[in-house]
Design a binder for this molecule. Sequence first.
Ligand code: GYE
Length: 325
Amino acid sequence: MLFFGCEQVQVKKTNNNVEEESHIRSIATPISKEPVLGFSQLGSESEWRIANTSSIKNSANESDVKLIFQNAEQSQEKQIEAIREFAKEKVDVIAIAPVVETGWEPILREVKQAGIPVIIIDRYVDVKDSSLYVTHIGSDFYEEGRKAGKYLVDKFPKTSKSIGIVELKGTEGSTPSIARGKGLRDVIVTRNDFQFLESENADFTFTKGKQVMKKFLQEKGRDIRVLYSHNDDMTLGALEAIEEYGLIPGEDIVVITVDGTRKALGKMNEGKINLVVECNPLLGPNLIQAVKEVVKGSTLPKRIVTPENVFTQVTAEKEIASRSY
Ligand code: GYE
């Protein structure tokens, strides 16, 4: 936001010798004040999220953007409250990492009416009116799912035997969970030897991942040939469940995970994970850059996608060294 820094007070004598004050606001040299960013983070459920939060806080610290940070602990209601509060405080820009895709229209309309630009970061909002946000910065989750699907198709050449898959999904109704599930399915759709045995939400957490995988094993046991897990935290929990059950992850069960945290790459190095599809949490520099552009009045692309990789057991060791999260 620009403000006009130099208010001058001039005192003039009028004809009848009365002092008259006139306040003159100089509009010739606008001075920019620190832009204020209100950021509603959806929670702290995973290592990815922790790295994402640090990246955003660090990037703000290193810049002239003042960050007001609110953690909604997985509650859309809390996010809506925080956003409304940011609008009341008249921040310059609001950024939202939305926990689920739907239900955002009313609050985004309120914010638009207040004249505050909104940046969507990480997950997506499913709104008909795209003028409700300026840009969406984050990964292509559908492509991540497709990468996992391509790996499966290559890993298991078609035979007459069926290949049982279990899936640990993330938060119900969240973009990465929806799109990672669809991406994989769209690639393996032509292969009727792949069979989904189980698919359940485990909220992107270690504890839930372990608990749900334990249940899958109790129900389907050795029929499970593949675990497709939507994030590393659930995967790490599931690895414990597989080992406790007496099977060898990475061998008896092919394990595919998404994110690419140092811990998951470590397990991959031990042979317990077969494929890591990368999802980059370090969105701070992109976000802060976007905030500055928005404040300047520049037009941003509607979608900013972060480039990402896949890691196999061959590349894991090299990657760990350079991993900051
Ligand atoms: O993959 C998972 C996290 O929205 C991309 O959320 C993010 C996902 C990430 O909790 O670990």
